[in-house]
Design a binder for this molecule. Sequence first.
Ligand code: BJW
Length: 263
Amino acid sequence: MPATSNDDARDAVHDATKLLDSARHVVVFTGAGISAESGVPTFRDALTGLWSRYDAQSLATPQAFAEDPELVWGWYEWRRRLVERVTPNAGHRAVAALESRAPRVTVITQNVDDLHERAGSASPIHLHGSLFAPRCARCSHPSGAASSPTPVGAEDEGSRIAPPICPRCSGHIRPGVVWFGEALPEEALESAVRAATDCDVLLTVGTSGLVYPAAEIPRLAARAGAAVIQINPQPTPLDPIARVNLHGPAAEILPALLGPLGP
Ligand code: BJW
């Protein structure tokens, strides 16, 4: 009898479970897709709000901030407040629970939200910074601006909001994220590379695998001999290096995959 797609999906989950069960060090590498079911739009799929009016890639640059700081700061303030309102989903929780079941787990995320931490992951590596760590664009002095109240009438994602001014040097405060053309935080990148070259399984979840050098992390792991398992509803450029491809939403697949693991 020919295998059905249900059989194929069951086999894929079985293969992935076996790989995870025998792993000494699991790296979980996440992108925007893991937070999608919490209500945080992904970077490239989102077609609503400011995302539909502006190309997100062109707002996430130092040039955009220099040209229109109020638009860019307003967009990030809107996103920070959105993240504060949402909660981690079953996918984030399954990843956090894995830490008490597998011998060693490293979570590497490209996301600038804090949903892994809020789900209980101990110390996720943030490759692209955080919405909650603003700093001066001129002197890098950290700012407490992340707790500023919403200016009246500035609740929607297209609101222009003047960035706060640095008390040290009077420069503009900017979001503490990594924009295109900027270097990733050195320590985070080094730790991620170390983990990728040491793990036996790398689970990549909800990333388009298009943005470098982060997209090199699963490739590095595969080259070092790790089995790559991918969770994504869509095909990505990482498909060819994945030993197992699980097609579907992270908040469904992660609990099904990680729930039955371990002691
Ligand atoms: C679901 C789902 C569900 C949906 N469940 N899944 C080599 C080749 C070509 C170009 C370059 C290269 N090396 C460097 C570059 C340039 C550039 C780059 O990569 N460009 C590419 C676009 C081509 N890289 C850089 O500029 C980097 N810097 C750099 O290289 O510096 C060099 C340097 C060295 C020394 C000194 C100075 C400079 C920096 C990259 C920074 C990226 N920053 C951003 C913005 C962060 C702030 C913000 O959020 O606003 O990071 S861009 C954006 O993309 C964000 C994300 O973290 C990142 C990755 O996106 P992600 O997470 O994959 O999201 P999406 O939306 O793309 O995909 C979502 C996926 O989820 C999809 O696949 C869906 O199917 C899936 N999904 N629902 C599971 N329910």
